[in-house]
Design a protein around this ligand. Structure first.
Ligand code: ADP
Length: 610
């Protein structure tokens, strides 16, 4: 196992997933390139029985049409694959990134497709095969070289006390807790590294009564948090599960800080729908800190993490779940669990078929912030044993995502600090900026072009420092013209064709509300700070699929229930794979609280074989 590589790779994954989802500008097309016209840098094929060094283009047909790739071979190895042209929907386009990694690692073109993105996977593979054919090489030659195929030796079966499926925040919290309780734990993770959606999230965590609230004199309580979660979910939530979440959020945050040694920033964020500012922010405001520290802790406790190992099936013996069948490098591996199996496979935001089956509005036209691993596998595997699902139709969109890729834009956190307004193309505000995600998303879809424009000034930039905290994203947005910085309001508005005169009126009106201390139009919560001097910033964004509220029905012990509300012995679930905790709509920063709280409960109970 190359355990130490996870940490380094984590940030890379987050970046590459986002970068890949943007359709690449066509530099060359396959039609223009024939085998004879390849841009081969060197051609030394004759010297070996391998593949000629060089760069070749290839073409395939994906879900959205033509996919053109450029493949570089060196020493009979796939050195790089670049997508030159594609029209895949961003949620699917990300599958090409996963396949690229898999093909380079295995030095093969025949790798498993990404579930939920079959057509894209097929089209991409076809294009790479086409490039290989143009090089004059064959799949067999690649496989024979096999130099880069760093495969781990794997047994046919393993036995642990607790087997965890999925190495996101919930799975790792569960694994560490079970190991701390003395259990031998193995985690199987289908992607090449731990992290899941947790890794690419902002990592903020709601915790009522936390240390920063105490310092800043913010009054809060478990009851207040409990009421906010229920209200935010339109009371469709299971109150018992919500009670557990509310009561255990602070102990979970303290566990992360004191036991897991996570570093938190010294400020909080005010997420939409909460009644007070209560959300802790991890180092650098990303999920990387949490995944790195949980992974390190898990490894220090002897937890084995088997990556590239998708779980396929749960095994029941006399009604009790006793094993997980998974796959590694095309081979079936059985993971026996003496005490219990924990499903922590995340949501199904990247499984288009499952999305549409449960909510036809969540179709391929809507972009997604999710990693490609979020395909609802845990739900499918547990349903095969008669497990109950709840609230599957409730799928949340995040209101301010990249209009081209669907990536969640962290520069937009300036809104959560109360320092920006949202306007439409007509220059007018249309919603309370700290409303619930679903309310803002719905309001945005009703505006011209289905987009919103976030406006703020230099003082807000300095206060929030989003340009420093999320520097790479900031620079990328500026480069692509999705974010503009200008000396005057008029100039900034002109970049997007926003009605500048109306926007100025909107700003003046907002500033009056700030002076009065009351937003008379939208009743914006929190402190109101007037806009002052430039430069000014405007960022264009759109809603994208973010969280699936529905999933497996669990009890307060994180045990999975059947459709008859009976416990399935030996089976636990935690995190986004579960349902009924957030009702119709999850409030920002409640997911991290949820995954750690229920991850710890599942880990403890599974270790005890409860
Ligand atoms: P949560 O927030 O609930 O922890 P994440 O999305 O962060 O959810 O993590 C879920 C993890 O589960 C991801 O790393 C994902 O790749 C992994 N996963 C999903 N399906 C499977 C599967 N069939 N086998 C193993 N791991 C899986």
């Amino acid at each position: 196992m190359r355990k130490s590589n996870y940490v380094l790779a984590a940030g890379v994954l987050a970046v590459s997933l986002t970068a890949c989802s943007k359709p690449a500008a066509p530099e060359t097309t396959a039609a223009e390139t024939t085998a004879a016209e390849t841009t081969a840098a060197e051609t030394t094929a004759a010297e070996t029985a391998g593949i000629a060094d060089g760069t070749y283009t290839g073409e395939g047909t994906g879900k959205g049409g033509k996919i053109v790739v450029e493949v570089t071979f060196k020493d009979s190895k796939i050195e790089a694959i670049k997508v030159l042209e594609n029209a895949e929907t961003p949620g699917f386009a990300e599958a090409m990134d996963t396949l690229t990694e898999a093909m380079i690692t295995a030095n093969q073109v025949d790798v498993d497709g990404v579930s939920g993105a079959t057509l894209t996977s097929n089209g991409f593979t076809e294009a790479v095969k086409d490039a290989l054919a143009k090089s004059g090489g064959t799949a067999e030659q690649l496989a024979a070289t096999g130099v880069t195929a760093e495969k781990e030796a794997r047994e046919d079966s393993y036995t642990a006390d607790v087997v965890v499926v999925g190495a996101g925040g919930a799975g790792l919290s569960a694994a560490v807790t079970a190991a701390e309780a003395g259990a031998k734990v193995i985690v199987v993770e289908k992607m090449m590294m731990p992290g899941g959606n947790t890794l690419i999230s902002g990592g903020e965590m709601a915790a009522p009564g936390n240390w920063l609230q105490a310092e800043q004199g913010v009054e809060d309580s478990v009851d207040q948090f409990y009421n906010d979660i229920l209200k935010g979910g339109d009371n469709e939530n299971d109150p018992e599960l919500v009670r557990v979440l509310a009561e255990n959020a602070l102990p979970a945050a303290e566990w992360l800080k004191d036991d897991i040694q996570m570093t938190f920033e010294d400020y909080m964020l005010f997420f939409g729908g909460h009644s007070v500012e209560r959300s802790l922010v991890p180092l650098n405001a990303t999920g990387v800190e949490m995944i790195e520290k949980l992974t390190a802790k898990a490894e220090s406790l002897g937890v084995e993490i088997h990556t590239n190992t998708p779980a396929k099936e749960l095994v029941q013996t006399d009604g009790k779940v006793t094993a997980v069948k998974a796959e590694y490098d095309g081979k079936e591996i059985t993971y026996n669990a003496n005490k219990g199996v924990i499903l922590a496979t995340g949501g199904f935001g990247s499984n288009l078929e499952m999305r549409i089956a449960n909510n036809p509005d969540m179709n391929e036209k809507i972009l997604s912030t999710n990693t490609v691993g979020s395909t609802g596998d845990g739900i499918t595997m547990a349903e095969a044993l008669g497990a109950q699902t709840v609230d599957m139709q409730y799928i949340q969109t995040y209101p301010t995502c990249d209009p081209e890729t669907g990536t969640l834009l962290y520069v937009g956190d300036v809104r959560l600090e109360g320092r920006s307004i949202l306007v439409n193309l007509e220059g007018k505000r249309f919603v309370e900026e700290l409303e619930r995600r679903d309310v803002i998303s719905m309001a945005v879809t009703q505006q011209t072009g289905g987009v919103s424009y976030m406006f703020w000034d230099e003082a807000s930039m300095e206060a929030s420092k989003v340009n420093v905290k999320h520097e790479k994203e900031y620079n990328n947005l500026i480069e692509r013209g999705i974010l503009v910085k200008a000396d005057t309001v008029e100039e900034a508005a002109a970049h997007f064709g926003i009605d500048a005169a109306e926007l100025q009126k909107t700003i003046d009106k907002y500033n009056e509300y700030c002076e009065k201390g009351k937003d008379e139009e939208f009743n914006k919560r929190g402190e109101l700070v007037a806009f002052t001097d430039g430069p000014y910033y405007i960022m264009k964004s759109t809603p994208a699929i973010h969280h699936t509220m529905g999933g497996l029905k669990i009890n307060t012990d994180a045990q999975v229930l059947t459709t008859e509300n009976e416990v399935i012995p030996g089976l636990y679930a935690a995190g986004e794979v579960t349902g009924d905790i957030h009702g119709t709509n999850r409030l920002g920063s409640d997911a991290i609280a949820d995954i750690v709280v229920f991850g710890r409960i599942a880990g403890k109970n599974a270790a005890e074989g409860k």
